[in-house]
Design a protein around this ligand. Structure first.
Ligand code: AMP
Length: 280
């Protein structure tokens, strides 16, 4: 027996939202691309604790993919996703198509904040514009009080906060730390694309940034060397390409005034065709 409402139609969604709002229910929203894993499930569990009604969306947003191949091979399995979401006693699973996300057909593109010019934004052109364009529409359709994001996508979370403050949306962002496998590898929908051998290599991503973060906190003057050595190490472990390995003042993504208690290490690297990101 399940109470999960699976909704594909935006009008039906909004009726349901309206019904709940009339009853003064606090709506919590967990947007995802699908390929549900433990990281998503922890977000959902927290959303359940903090909200009266939990809406999860699965929408493989084409606007945020700069590579057609990446979009086409993104690993989602809707049947298994629905089972996992159902188990968490989610109230509404929203499965829109692009037509539902932009019912007027006209997509008004939104520019992400300047924090999008760094890290992943440098390597995935207009990725964050695609993220905020879709999230702005989803936020207005779901009208949540709370939205839940993972630190795994730390840069994205900062950009979402900027979006919310730019448009003065009455939404609070709640974040969770990155959920990891025993090896330290951050759960990601993309992990399924890795062979066992590649998974072993992938686990060095976390080990490396953990070591760098530890060393950087000991001596901030070593930051540049730590970054260079870190890149070399990752290549030696078997990563094919390091898009970036950066240390920033975390909430500003800036190199100014980095201190022990505000620094964060960010990395994006490719193993074979799979691109992984992490931060600590
Ligand atoms: P995605 O489906 O990749 O867009 O992720 C949906 C949400 O889950 C985003 O807020 C992510 O930051 C979050 N998320 C993804 N992986 C993890 C993880 N390993 N730990 C915590 N949150 C995660």
């Amino acid at each position: 027996m399940t109470n999960l409402k699976i909704i594909k139609d935006v009008k039906e969604l909004q009726l349901e939202i309206q019904r709940n709002k009339l009853k003064k229910k606090k709506i919590g929203f967990v947007p995802t691309l699908g390929g549900i894993h433990k990281g998503h499930l922890e977000l959902i569990k927290l959303a359940k604790k903090k909200s009266d009604i939990v809406v999860v969306s699965i929408f493989l947003n084409p606007l945020q993919f700069d590579s057609r191949n990446d979009f086409k091979t993104y690993p989602i399995n809707l049947d298994s996703d629905i089972k996992k979401i159902n188990k968490e006693k989610v109230d509404i699973l929203y499965l829109p198509t692009i037509k539902e996300v932009f019912p007027t057909k006209k997509i008004t593109k939104i520019k992400a904040s300047s924090k999008a010019n760094k890290l992943c934004g440098k390597f995935r052109k207009s990725h964050f514009d695609g993220v905020v364009t879709v999230l702005k529409s989803l936020f207005s359709q779901v009208s949540p009080k709370l939205v839940f994001f993972g630190e795994k996508d730390f840069q994205q979370t900062l950009i979402v906060k900027d979006l919310i403050s730019k448009y003065k949306l009455n939404i609070k962002v709640i974040t969770i730390p990155t959920i990891r496998e025993k090896s330290g590898l951050a759960y990601s929908s993309r992990n399924i694309l890795l062979t066992n051998h590649e998974k072993k290599i992938a686990s060095f991503l976390f080990k490396t940034i953990k070591e760098i973060s530890h060393q950087a906190k000991k001596d901030l003057n070593k930051i540049n060397n730590l970054k260079l050595n870190g890149i070399k190490k990752l290549i030696n472990y078997g990563f094919k390409k390091i898009d970036y390995l950066e240390i920033y003042k975390k909430n500003y993504l800036s190199k100014k005034n980095i201190k022990k208690n505000n620094l964060r290490v960010f990395v994006a690297a490719k193993i074979g065709k799979t691109r992984l990101i992490d931060n600590l």
